[in-house]
Design a protein around this ligand. Sequence first.
Ligand code: SF4
Length: 349
Amino acid sequence: MSIFNQTIYDWYISNKRELPWRNTNDAYKIWISEIMLQQTRVAQTEFYFNRFITALPTVFALAKADEDTVLKLWQGLGYYTRARNLHAAAKIIVEKYNGIFPVNYPEILKLPGIGHYTAAAIASIAFNRPYAAVDGNVYRVLSRYFGIATPIDSEMGKKEFQQLASAVLAENNPGLHNQAMMEFGALQCIPKSPDCSNCLLNSSCDAKKNNLVGSLPVKSKRTKMVNRYFYYYIIACDDSFLFQKRTEKDIWKNLYQFPMIETNHEISDSEIIATEIHWLAGCTYNIKNMSVTKKHQLTHQTIFARFLYVEANKLPLSGPNFFKVHKKDIFTFAVPRLLEPVIKNIGNT
Ligand code: SF4
């Protein structure tokens, strides 16, 4: 075994975090944790993972659950396409594989929401199959240790790093190998200012030797950020509110919200009031209060949101996917994290 592999395994045995999805080869649990971890930090994931597994402990339970239940359990994790894909994949596993998780990498890869990384993680950790899982942590460790400057987001880079990861993979224990590589990247070879002086690999690390730690790994593209402006109308009539299901192909699909309009630039208070909201036609209403702008950061989008508290003589149910909800039931709906404080306030009034 190479010094690189042996050092990483030794480090892993002494430093790994105890997490609820470790020390199991239950493919269902490994799958759920891997999907959650794609966009969420480990510390946050633990809470959501335990809640999800308690409510839906098997693939049969997930397949049988309705979509609103799955989305509600996912609330707070963001990237809700992941939850919808999990649900769709669970149905396939139950219908096509009698509820037994497919063992082979190509079959795992065909399930909705599973890419090469996740398929390799499940195949290796749950079934001991020799596939190298290459996530952001692994790219970083490999590019620094071996001194590779090929951009990790280029086609060439993806191929080169996948080949290298496969070449260093310990075929007799691929699950441990993949977990050790990822954990080493997450805790030791961290993105900014890693503690190289106390790293067990520092005498053989190429980036350390050549003073390239800060410039590796290389990325070629910068992701464009988009600003969006959301104006929510919190329309109350007695103790009920107007609610809406988001069905467009956009962020937060199939989650619930207060009716809203979106503009491509910020508008003033008077413009908000003057804006004709066609679905409010026929109602008598007044805007009681307008919140200040709240900034909500997503990975590639910045949402600038304002909340308009409106009192109406009736709830206009003619808008798209509109319905009436009593304030005592409003908690039961899956909503974007942006709306959670508002919902909480309503529930406390
Ligand atoms: S010496 Fe520094 S850059 Fe090299 S593997 Fe260790 S932490 Fe990463």
